[in-house]
Ligand binder design. Structure first.
Ligand code: G6P
Length: 611
């Protein structure tokens, strides 16, 4: 979603800001802009479309602009008003001397706008953000910090902002409520950003703002206050990512790179967390004792998109390994339906970014109701990771492609480990625990074997180029993988794809089948395999083309399919990982052959920070 970069220091701000925006491109956006000041002038350049268009426009500006040392910049993902130049950020106040970039949504902007219009303000754009810029200007009496604090006390909703003022060119003011802001503190320079990816090129030393923090950012120093201008202390931490981790490294797309990183990312996710002697997992991040675990009555897993699909795999593992009644819920629904939550409930929030608005709200609701809440996040220091206070990091490294791949497989690996630990605090035997631990340990190798089949999968993809509709079916552990396979395909190839429980197809979707429509059947060695094969046949009888994801060497099943992709032999509870990798590769090759924008699909955002 929207991206913020601000800079103050001894370098040319325009260049640093454009570079920062490029590193945020992966989040998904549709227009971009930058504002710079040197005290004598404040200029704004905005463009619909890509950062490259903005960069070109900045290059064409007079040389003096490019030498300014302070500025703010933005990539916008349209919410209020279409992605036009006028709706792009930065927005100016009425005087044209204050420029602001904003992530989030100002919910009471209509009231504020009406109030300001009565005072004579006129607005150029349809955005809620321009209203906030005007409100700051309306309060401005020579002190930007005070004006920002006064304005933010009036707004309802969420914001991450960075503001500059022509009359105070020696600072950037940043603030947050609900939308992340991280500040990189370098030598004689600071970068403000909505995402650490825009900071790593300058420094690894960062400060994360908390809700209602306002920061006065000067070259090499940050002074943080609350909205009443009272100083607060925030620690400096070190980023885990290096500058090169957000580069393509010879791959054509980040998605392909991240698919191939999975053996290593899963190794990182399980490293030091397996106890083979006792057949369990060591997860100190959960911050709990076996006794506390044994008192948990129910697990509730919340998340959105791919993270929710991973959560569904977790549900099967919690029930099978730990006899734990488990529910998986879409986070947006959970937050609003006043769920029944007890102190004996274990609520597990799954989020790659750790910033998804609905998942964060679900976390707050569960904490409020007294449950034990933990997070599974990838981004270190993200809001969900910090607010849950305990949980497990994936350590998958930055995931740049909008379509999630390595986060999914690491989430599944971590969920299997948590389920194993819960099981071993209950009735799961040491022998069975060791068997599961060994299977989890084999995940990187299983993924490597699927990656070796890349060429076969690419060949299968050639048959999909003209496809308009596709179905994915599975049972048990492979049901969520069917959902994830369909999600991946539609996200990046724009083919209409649906995932169903194999038995559910007959209850409606089968009416859609026509000659040649591919149905991907997930039929590894698992309970219900024969039934899924039967369901695939029902589809074939109606003209569908059946693509089987089958166990390596299963010639009998292969003979029943139109084409097959083999996955290595493994227990059904770890099979979601190699199965998902095969489907990631299939989606990737189909999208590539269809000429799609794989890493930044249309209309999608990497991290959805609005409801
Ligand atoms: C967006 C992304 C998905 C992701 C979902 C949840 O929709 O495009 O890839 O699965 O958000 O994101 P999270 O960061 O919470 O895992």
């Amino acid at each position: 979603m929207c991206g913020i970069v601000g800079y103050i220091g001894d370098k040319e701000a325009g260049q640093v800001l454009i570079n920062g925006l490029r590193r945020l491109e992966y989040r998904g956006y549709d227009s971009a802009g930058v504002s710079l000041t040197n005290g004598d002038e404040l200029c704004v350049v905005k463009r619909p479309g890509k950062v490259a268009a903005l960069s070109q426009a900045v290059q064409e500006e007079p040389g003096s602009l490019r030498q300014h040392r302070v500025g703010v910049a933005h990539t916008r993902w349209a919410t209020h008003g279409p992605p036009t130049q006028v709706n792009a950020h930065p927005h100016l106040d009425r005087s044209g001397r204050i420029a602001m970039v904003h992530n989030g949504i100002i919910e009471n902007y209509r009231d504020i706008r009406a109030h300001l219009e009565q005072k004579g303000h006129a607005f150029d754009s349809e955005t809620d953000s321009e209203v906030l810029a005007h409100l700051i200007g309306d309060y401005y009496q020579g002190n930007l910090l005070e004006a920002v604090c006064a304005a933010l006390q009036k707004v309802e909703g969420t914001f991450g902002i960075a503001v500059i003022c022509q009359d105070e060119p020696d600072q950037v003011i940043a603030a947050r409520r609900g939308s992340p802001i991280v500040i990189g503190v370098g030598k004689n320079e600071c970068v403000v950003a909505s995402d650490a990816a825009a900071v790593v090129a300058v420094t690894q030393q960062v400060i994360y703002l908390d809700d209602n923090d306002v920061a006065i950012v000067t070259p090499g120093a940050v002074d943080i206050r609350d909205l009443n201008n009272v100083p607060v202390n925030r620690e400096i931490s070190e980023l885990e990512w290096s500058d090169t981790s957000a580069e393509l490294g010879g791959f054509e797309h980040f998605m392909l790179k991240e698919i191939h990183e999975q053996p290593d990312s899963i190794r990182n996710a399980i490293r030091g967390r397996m106890d083979f002697d006792n057949g369990t997992a060591v997860l100190s991040g959960l911050g709990t004792t076996p006794r506390e675990i044994s008192e948990v009555q129910r697990a509730i897993i919340v998340g959105c998109g791919t993270s929710m699909n991973a959560g569904m795999v977790g549900e099967y593992a919690f029930e099978n390994f730990a006899d734990m009644p488990t529910e998986v819920e879409q986070a947006a629904e959970f937050r609003y339906r006043n769920p029944i939550i007890k102190a004996s409930d274990f609520v597990l929030a799954i989020s790659q970014s750790g910033e998804t608005a609905d998942t964060l709200a679900a976390v707050r609701e569960a904490i409020q109701k007294g449950a034990w809440v933990s997070g599974i996040c990838n981004v270190v220091g993200s809001t969900i990771a910090r607010e849950t206070g305990r949980g497990i990091y994936l350590h998958a490294g930055p995931e740049i492609s909008v379509a999630s791949t390595k986060a999914f497989t690491c989430q599944v690996a971590v969920l299997l480990m948590i389920a194993l630990k819960f099981g071993r605090c209950g009735r799961l035997s040491c022998t069975k625990g060791r068997e599961i631990a060994k299977a989890i340990e084999s995940l990187p190798m299983l993924v490597e074997q699927v990656l070796e089949r890349n060429d076969i999968i690419a060949k299968e993809a050639e048959k999909w180029v003209e496809t308009d509709h596709a179905f994915f079916i599975g049972r048990g552990y492979q049901f969520p993988v069917a959902l994830e396979g369909a999600l991946k395909l539609k996200e990046i190839s724009y083919i209409h794809a649906e995932g169903y429980h194999a038995a559910e197809l007959k209850h409606g979707p089968i009416a859609l089948l026509e000659s040649g429509i591919p149905v991907v059947a997930l039929v590894n060695e698992a309970p219900g395999k024969e039934k899924t094969i039967g369901n695939a046949h029902e589809c074939a009888a109606r003209g569908a083309r059946i693509v089987g994801l089958i166990t390596e060497g299963d010639t009998e099943t292969a003979a029943l399919m139109d084409s097959v992709i083999e996955i290595p032999k493994c227990p059904d509870y770890v099979a979601p990982v190699p199965m998902a990798v095969a489907l990631q590769l299939l989606s990737y090759h189909v999208a590539r052959l269809r000429g799609c924008a794989i890493d930044q699909p249309r209309n999608l955002a990497k991290s959805v920070t609005v409801e």
